[in-house]
Design a protein around this ligand. Structure first.
Ligand SMILES: Cc1cc2nc3c(=O)[nH]c(=O)nc-3n(C[C@H](O)[C@H](O)[C@H](O)COP(=O)(O)O)c2cc1C
Length: 197
């Protein structure tokens, strides 16, 4: 198969669409949708998000002031609301109340939890660095709050119940997760054993 050189752009692997929320200096809850999100540490648990550094994002401004944010995971039934939070700015309107989303104070950080989202991570900002157009902000997770109906008997989040929204930057569309493919750390271990004979 011949290969083709593509124009320079951030080729994005499918990412979970998340909603980051923070209080501004007047305690107004700000929120916006992000696709640039990753888990960045197991111990302590940390997540890193990347937000346009020009501070055109009201939510980034609020996060940097309060040094905290909440990361929420919308489900496929909330795709319209998630898309709206990604195309309108808190500089112009109260986005959350427009779509009927309500907030509660996070317990361990100064930030708003969006009650309608089924999974929320309370995060304290521990690091930020600007790379190119975006500021990468790392938050240490201080508390995890989940609706009971997305959990299994061992209090693990079940993706088929959370039904996260997958964002596809190449085709500019949202997808649902697919079928399970295989158990992880199994087939690779079998190969490892075979090759180390
Ligand atoms: C699907 C989707 C993904 C987005 N991902 C990001 C992102 O990763 N980083 C970013 O800076 N903006 C991202 N945005 C754009 C912001 O959400 C958007 O600029 C928003 O209006 C900012 O709102 P604010 O000014 O209230 O903070 C995304 C928007 C959509 C719809």
């Amino acid at each position: 198969m011949s290969k083709k050189e593509l124009r320079m752009h951030a080729v994005v692997s499918p990412t979970e669409t998340v909603i980051v929320s923070a209080y501004d200096e007047e305690r107004k809850a700000e929120a916006c949708t992000l696709a640039f999100y990753m888990v960045s540490s197991h111990v302590p648990p940390c997540v890193t998000i990347a937000i346009n550094a020009s501070q055109k994002r009201k939510t980034l401004k609020a996060m940097l002031q309060s040094k905290a944010f909440v990361l929420g995971f919308p489900g496929v039934d909330q795709v319209k609301e998630a898309d709206y939070l990604g195309v309108e700015s808190g500089y112009h309107t109260d986005k959350l109340s427009n779509i009927g989303f309500t907030v509660s104070d996070a317990k361990n950080v100064h930030a708003p939890i969006i009650n309608e989202l089924r999974l929320s991570l309370e995060c304290e900002i521990v690091h930020s660095v600007t790379v190119g157009s975006h500021m990468q902000v790392t938050g240490e997770v201080k508390r995890i709050l989940a609706d009971e109906d997305i959990l299994n008997g061992k209090d693990k989040v079940v993706l088929e119940k959370l039904k996260p929204i997958i964002y596809d930057e190449e085709q500019v569309r949202y997808l649902e997760i697919g079928k399970p493919l295989a158990d992880a750390f199994q087939m690779g271990l079998a190969l490892k054993k075979e090759f180390s004979k």
